[in-house]
Ligand binder design. Structure first.
Ligand code: COA
Length: 185
């Protein structure tokens, strides 16, 4: 049975019914074409980031059933190149929801169609904010955690949020975040 993290009324959608991580998970696949690549025949980093944004946005749309905007991309790395003719696979999932925002994790893989070999090429964390018809942030449903992996991602997302908000607001929201942590423990 899906585990719902303890939540303070009014936070992360308050008493609204939650949605499991699996309900918004996304898998996307594309072939790498010459126009996506640099002169070495490897996919451009900017093209990967574009696809990461789309895969992450779809997960955020599915979870919130709402319009969303990208608030931040706080981590992207490129571990292995992806060559022209290979497949690029993207998997995205909601790691944690706060009140109006959602952290989405995206993992990217290459697949060689001749050998079937897959390599993990990129990890990224993207935060989306759900907005209403007037463009104002609106609360999103709570997230239901189903697996040990869901719970690990949920815990880790809080640390990343503290760092990104410290940069954004030039101060730490540590009191609020301590409350969130207490809610989970
Ligand atoms: C993102 C945006 C809606 C935030 O609006 P805001 O007036 O700063 O709103 P608030 O300070 O009330 O924050 C609203 C939520 O955004 C989150 N947020 C704001 N900046 C953030 C950032 N850099 N990283 C992560 N979350 C952020 C806040 O934590 C809050 O989430 P919570 O309710 O879950 O705690 C607004 O800055 C915006 O519209 N930005 C442009 C988005 C866009 O056009 N993106 C496309 C690429 S340009």
């Amino acid at each position: 049975m899906a585990k719902r993290p303890k939540q303070r009324k009014g936070r992360a959608g308050g008493t609204r019914p939650g949605k499991p991580v699996s309900a918004s998970r996304v898998e996307m696949v594309e072939v790498v074409l010459p126009q996506d690549a640099n002169v070495l025949g490897n996919i451009l980093g900017g093209r990967v980031m574009h696809l990461v944004d789309i895969a992450a946005a779809i997960a955020a749309h599915r979870h919130s059933n709402s319009h969303v905007v990208t608030a931040s991309v706080d981590y992207v790395d490129f571990r292995n190149p992806i060559r022209i003719g290979e497949l690029i696979l993207l998997r995205s999932h909601i790691n944690r929801v706060f009140r109006t925002s959602m952290e989405v994790g995206v993992k990217v893989f290459s697949e060689n169609v001749l050998t079937g070999q897959r390599k993990h090429t990129t990890t990224a964390y993207v935060t989306f904010v759900a907005i209403d018809e007037n463009g104002r942030p609106k609360a999103v449903p709570p997230l239901l955690l189903e697996t040990a992996e869901d719970r690990r991602r949920y815990r880790d997302a809080l640390y990343r949020r503290r760092i990104r908000l410290a940069y954004r607001y030039k101060r730490s929201r540590s009191a609020e975040d301590r409350r969130l942590m207490d809610d989970f423990n």
